[in-house]
Design a protein around this ligand. Structure first.
Ligand SMILES: CC(C)(COP(=O)(O)OP(=O)(O)OC[C@H]1O[C@@H](n2cnc3c(N)ncnc32)[C@H](O)[C@@H]1OP(=O)(O)O)[C@@H](O)C(=O)NCCC(=O)NCCS
Length: 211
């Protein structure tokens, strides 16, 4: 690994994020879903702009990449919504209690040009570490079939499965998965991927929380 850096997403990134997510949805789900299922999956995927307002969404940049070219984007949630974009049904902006509820891992997308280089793993570790900074001890997420291998490799385990979350009969599964937060493990992944020392990550996340 190595060769990656991160920053907090900003409102000005929304066009780039939307384009990256659409490519990932359309290209990277092809081994798992039919074209009609991929179209249906757009109802329950995409950007929830609340994550940008909350400063809990990350942009990943590969060393040497041209300006405004991102290797991936993804984040975490301190609110109840488990998955979906701003347009998706069933959202809830209610704040979670870190003492009892699991933090959410949200909207994880790698550019098709940067797959299998640890971008998803870094995004997960950033979300895990940031959630730990706010007192959470567990994480949960709603996974696509394309996302499940990443989450299983990172230690998530499935707890339930919804076969038709869009309610359109297209049978696009969403798998609910959970994992205890491993702060030291997340810090090690971030350090290996970016070279950033842990204290710097803590500082940058604190700045994001204050803005
Ligand atoms: C899921 C996704 C973000 C994974 O991104 P990625 O950056 O390629 O993943 P990583 O390189 O960090 O993978 C880390 C590990 O996860 C596992 N993994 C990831 N993608 C995998 C795949 N397609 N098949 C098998 N294992 C996979 C592997 O163990 C991998 O380690 P390795 O490459 O050393 O074998 C990406 O495929 C994607 O954007 N998919 C479409 C959108 C989507 O479904 N997002 C998930 C929403 S819940």
């Amino acid at each position: 690994m190595g060769g990656l850096s991160w920053r907090i997403a900003e409102e000005a990134d929304i066009a780039a994020i939307t384009a990256l997510q659409l490519r990932a949805i359309e290209e990277l789900q092809k081994p798992f879903l039919t074209p009609a299922q991929i179209e249906s999956s757009k109802k329950t995927m995409g950007l929830d702009t609340q994550l940008i307002s909350d400063r809990t969404y990350f942009m990943i940049i590969a060393d040497g990449a041209p300006a405004n070219t991102f290797a991936g984007c993804g984040g975490w949630g301190r609110r109840a919504t488990l998955f979906g974009g701003s347009h998706s049904a069933g959202r809830s902006d209610a704040f979670l209690d870190p003492k009892t509820a699991p933090a959410r891992i949200r909207a994880m997308y790698t550019s098709p040009d940067f797959t299998r280089r640890g971008v998803g793993k870094l995004l997960l570790a950033l979300g895990e570490f940031a959630a730990s900074e706010e007192g959470f001890s567990k994480m949960t997420l709603g996974s696509t079939l394309a996302g499940a291998p990443l989450y299983e490799a990172a230690g998530f385990r499935a707890t339930s499965r919804d076969e038709d979350p869009a309610g359109d009969g297209m049978n696009v599964p969403v798998i609910t998965m959970e994992k205890p937060i491993d702060r030291a493990g997340a810090a090690a992944v971030i350090a290996a991927a970016t070279g950033e020392v842990n204290a710097e990550t803590v500082k940058r996340l604190a700045v994001a929380r204050a803005t």
